[in-house]
Design a binder for this molecule. Structure first.
Ligand SMILES: Nc1ncnc2c1ncn2[C@@H]1O[C@H](COP(=O)(O)OP(=O)(O)OP(=O)(O)O)[C@@H](O)[C@H]1O
Ligand SMILES: [Mg+2]
Length: 427
């Protein structure tokens, strides 16, 4: 049956091949047989009486009757009306705009004996056409097949697009890693340049002092071996040597300090093993060790931490970060002879801990706030500040402890540094 060339346009029963064959109830059965023979595919004939639908005479039922013993003798010479018993008196009538799937459903829900009978389709011109049920079923199965194929094509397409997206995302990830890496290299370069610059001063002073001392020692030696040394020569040499060694000691110590801080910047503590510890107990120890330093300056250091917060992290790194924050409060927050209250306040939030380090000191001006974590930013350059303390804290918190740090501060309002970190730090 190649009565449908392309299934792409088939939506409703009206799109299928329909037969128009009508016969009057009074017409001889012979003419019905002739109609069937003229078109070997004609599925059935609409039987009418005075323009009204009476029944549907299907090819199957007509030939069934005619092939009975004596069937042809009985029926062929009589009118079609004699065959009423062999007809579908209540044929199924479908609207032409009924979707194929609905038509199939309706047709198959008929009485089991009628399931193979053709059905009628009411077309817009009020005329009734005959539709072969097997064509309807075949079209439905082809359409299902097409829908399935379309779905599979779509699925393939979606999978392919997802694959492409994944690849693009991978590329993006690599590009980002590369950027972060080069950004880190730039930051590291700046840091190294800064360190070199910082260390240059004390080393330079020490070198000048050492050179001067060496020159004076040579002169002193010459006078001594020539036996020309006066008492005043000895006095001035001893004075210079004392001064120079003091200068050397001070500056070399300063350089050593800077190198020490630089080592910490690298957040090297790789040697430290991650371990389990009780946060409250550990902080109690830490605060106890820092209190004497605070008391010397007239400040109190308090701790409030709920008991039983179990951590699995790097206690040494955490202690280093908190010590830096507390020592900053001791050094920067209070003018002389102001008594301060520094507090560590801990709370647990889901599987994270939040640690506030707060002081009631003079606070940090807005224009400094955005720079406090920059390496070498310090307001105490002349008096021992290197400006690496908060940079180290930032690195420890973000890289080692996988947390974050924020600072809230305003002049006259004190400062609060808040560290948020997971209780269990990933390896
Ligand atoms: N609690 C605080 N109160 C007021 N100012 C602060 C406080 N903490 C930090 N600061 C400001 O932030 C600056 C940077 O701090 P950071 O710890 O990085 O360096 P530093 O303390 O000056 O030097 P270092 O820690 O290397 O000895 C300080 O110089 C100070 O101006
Ligand atoms: Mg500091």
């Amino acid at each position: 049956m190649n009565d449908i060339e392309s299934f792409d346009t088939v939506r409703t029963v009206g799109d299928l091949r329909l037969w128009s064959a009508t016969i009057d109830l009074a017409a001889p059965t012979l003419s019905a047989e002739q109609m069937m023979q003229q078109d070997s595919q004609l599925p059935g004939i609409v039987v009418q009486h005075q323009g009204q639908l009476v029944a549907l005479l299907s090819r199957r039922l007509l030939f069934q009757q005619l092939s009975r013993p004596m069937g042809r003798e009985i029926f062929l010479k009589r009118p079609v009306s004699e065959m009423l018993d062999a007809m579908d008196r209540t044929p199924l009538v479908l609207r032409h705009d009924m979707p194929i799937a609905t038509a199939v459903e309706v047709a198959l829900s008929r009485d089991a004996r009628m399931v193979y009978e053709p059905v009628l389709v009411e077309t817009p011109g009020q005329s009734r056409r005959v539709l072969a049920i097997d064509l309807l079923l075949r079209v439905q199965s082809v359409l299902l097949d097409m829908a399935m194929q379309a779905k599979n094509r779509l699925l393939d397409e979606v999978q392919r697009t997802a694959g492409e997206l994944r690849t693009a995302l991978d590329e993006l990830g690599k590009a980002r890693d590369h950027l972060v890496h080069s950004e880190k290299m730039v930051a590291l370069g700046q840091l190294v340049a800064g360190i070199a610059h910082e260390i240059n001063t004390p080393i330079g002073v020490a070198l000048t002092a050492a050179t001067h001392l060496a020159e004076r020692t040579t002169t002193f030696n010459t006078l001594f071996t020539a036996g020309q040394m006066k008492r005043s020569d000895l006095q001035s040499y001893v004075g210079l040597a004392t001064q120079s060694t003091e200068l050397l000691r001070f500056n070399i110590q300063r350089a050593a300090q800077l190198i020490q801080s630089f080592k910490q910047v690298a957040v090297d503590q790789a040697s430290e093993q991650r371990r389990s510890f009780d946060l409250g107990q550990y902080l109690e120890q830490l605060v106890t060790s820092l209190r004497p330093e605070g008391r010397k300056l007239g400040h109190n250091i308090g701790l409030s931490c709920p008991p039983g917060i179990a951590m699995n992290a790097y206690p040494g790194a955490l202690a280093q970060a908190l010590s830096n924050l507390i020592s900053n409060a001791l050094v920067h927050a209070y003018p002389e002879d102001v008594r301060g209250e520094i507090r560590l306040i801990v709370r647990s939030e889901g599987n994270h801990v939040v640690i506030d380090v707060e002081d009631d000191g003079q606070g940090i001006p807005a224009e400094h706030l955005s720079r406090i974590y920059d390496p070498f930013f310090t307001t105490r350059r002349g008096s021992g500040g290197s400006g690496l303390g908060l940079h180290i804290v930032y690195n420890i918190v973000t890289e080692k402890l996988h947390g974050s740090i924020t600072c809230r501060s305003a002049p006259g309002q004190g400062s609060v540094f808040t560290i948020t970190m997971p209780q269990t730090v990933a390896e």
